[in-house]
Write a protein that binds this ligand. Structure first.
Ligand code: NDP
Ligand code: X2W
Length: 333
């Protein structure tokens, strides 16, 4: 069995890792950290997991986590870099869910406005696009939730250098903002509302641009995020202005070919968040319009947008079937 550690086990992504790994046939949870809840049983903090684990939260000590085969760092930006280098040096495989290793060092420092003192080159963990590099990698930087749905929506067209420009318009459930309550997430401020924020300047834009430029260097990208009053899911409408004309059946064929063999990507006629809820699937539909192509993608932000993709990456890193622990239907409706 693979011995797994989770640093940051009380947040939404930590608890989702525990939910997914509870039935993983090749992995067992060896240690889960929380500084605030240390000494408490996991189920005391996560009652929905009662009966699945008898472990207690522990401090995020190197002596404990360096005994693991794989560690997930599910902690805020800027905090993961306090743990990752030591574990990496000790030969522990790390999947980091924060933004600390997703961008180049220079880009990170520009976007996050501080020096990165513990930089290591990591593989960007968008599994379907980097599977070969992830196999055998020691450090995988799990992508942000918005970039996962956005990049996958456009990669097949960027791969053929067909995109003049793309405008991503994304709507996220509120778990994307983490477990700590804020004015932004406060119920009266959010219910019956769809709230745009960081309308022209969201940090995830840089991840989208970095990844899509690997396919097409001159691609132009714009991104506007919004939140809706639901807990899970990100729906992205990618408005793609193409170079040249493509018919609907040609578009569909490009996507089918590009994602051939990708179990978690499903081409659909219509896409809804409720068709992917609780699952690691990415549903995509492609629509030719008069002036543009619209590609719609849907993910569960806590699964494919975070912890599910992190487990998929662990599976690939260890040479396991990437579906292990993740192969179940979505929770509909
Ligand atoms: N929510 C989402 O949809 C997504 C989130 N992410 C990223 O995943 C990471 C975790 O997100 P999320 O679960 O929402 O975060 P939360 O804010 O909900 O939880 C953070 C967790 O980290 C622990 N923690 C905080 N600071 C430290 C520290 N310095 N050392 C050790 N542990 C610490 C906390 O426990 P304690 O303080 O008790 O130790 C807690 O368990 C973030 O980087 C986030 O950006 C990525 C994709 C999607
Ligand atoms: C709704 C909401 O607030 N979403 C978060 C993104 C969460 C995420 O997945 O991204 P990171 O891992 O990069 O934090 C935001 O806009 O910052």
């Amino acid at each position: 069995m693979v011995r797994v550690g989770i640093i940051g086990g009380t947040g939404y992504t930590g608890s989702e890792l525990l939910r997914i790994l509870a039935r993983h046939p090749e992995a067992e949870i060896a240690a889960v950290s929380s500084r605030k809840e240390k000494g408490k049983k996991l189920w005391e903090v996560h009652p929905h997991l009662k009966g699945f684990y008898d472990l207690e939260f522990v401090e995020p000590d190197f002596a404990v986590f360096s005994e693991c085969d794989v560690v997930f760092t599910a902690v805020p930006h800027g905090e993961a870099m306090k743990y990752v280098p030591e574990l990496y040096e000790a030969g522990v495989r790390v999947v980091d869910l924060s933004a600390d290793y997703r961008l180049s060092k220079e880009k990170y420092e520009e976007v996050y406005g501080k020096e990165h003192e513990a930089y290591i080159d990591a593989v960007y963990g968008l599994t379907e696009l980097h599977r070969d590099e992830i196999r055998g990698a020691k450090l995988v930087a799990n992508p942000g939730c918005y970039p996962t749905g956005a990049i996958l929506a456009v990669a097949p067209l960027a791969d053929l250098e067909l995109v003049e420009r793309v405008v991503f318009d994304s709507k996220s459930g509120i778990t994307g903002a983490g477990a700590s309550p804020t004015e932004f997430t406060h119920y009266p401020n959010l219910h019956e509302a769809i709230v745009p924020y960081k309308i022209t300047e969201h940090r995830h834009y840089h991840e989208m641009e970095q990844e899509l430029r690997r396919f097409q260097e001159d691609i132009r990208v714009s991104f506007t995020p919004q939140v809706f009053p639901g807990s899970r899911g990100i729906l992205t409408n990618a408005h793609v202005f193409l170079r040249g004309e493509l018919e609907q059946d040609e578009l569909e064929e490009i996507y089918r070919k590009f994602y051939d063999g990708c179990y978690f990507i499903r081409m659909q006629r219509s896409v809804r968040l409720s068709y992917v809820r609780g699952s690691n699937f990415v549903d995509i539909s492609v629509h030719k319009g008069r002036d543009r192509v619209v590609v719609v993608s849907a993910i569960d932000n806590l699964v494919k947008g975070a912890s599910g993709q992190a487990v998929q990456n662990m599976n690939v890193m260890l040479g396991l079937d990437e579906r292990l622990g993740l192969d179940y239907p979505p929770l509909f409706p």
